[in-house]
Design a protein around this ligand. Sequence first.
Ligand SMILES: *Cc1c(COP(=O)(O)O)cnc(C)c1O
Length: 236
Amino acid sequence: MDAINRIAHRHHLMVLEDACQAHGAIYNSTMGLQLNSLFGRRAGNNSHAAAFSFYPIKNLGCMGDGGAVTTDNSELAERVRAIVNYGQTVKYTHVYQGFNSRLDELQAAILRVKLQRLDHDNNRRIEIANYYSTHICHPAVEVMPAVTDKSHVYHIYPIRCKNRKQLQTLLTEAGIGTMTHYPIPIHRQQAYADYSHLAMPIADAWADEEISLPISPALTDDEVKQVVDCINQNIY
Ligand SMILES: *Cc1c(COP(=O)(O)O)cnc(C)c1O
């Protein structure tokens, strides 16, 4: 974020963070949590504005769809408040072409309670991720380096495997659900056909080899161990 913010500052650009998988993550957390420095600041607080999703499976999720924008720019905050409410600044006065994207009170009430558990839940995710990173050991699998501070809150836990299909089948047969984030890279999506001629070998390799392991804070130690055993003890 430091480098991105520097480039943006130099060129008079705004920086918008997509913090939808980063609720509670602390940027440069080795410096400790500090409010007035770019070190140790929570995700969503390192740019002009940030988007959070409260889709149910997110680190902080509600019981339906929801989201929020964070910013310390009051003019921008006012504009976002209007845009999510049909572009109205005052009832029946439409200043912007807006949407109906309000966070309803019921979801807000649920989120307010769950917010108190966010750090606790993230700590459990970090604990599981650390276990995976230090215990998964198989010649066909590449794990990410363990990050034990709070700079990564593990919305997903990705590993790479050249024989993804075989490993995914083994895990499925053992009752372990996995996902791929994401199977089709942006430049191969019809919606972005304009970019399809570009060579994106790194994105292609991730799309072919990535598997996301279970990482819910609700997992038990036994369940996490089962995942590791299934990966370590099979041939694929
Ligand atoms: C979930 C997610 C979104 C979309 O959030 P919605 O609430 O579905 O709009 C955007 N970006 C990232 C990185 C996400 O994980």
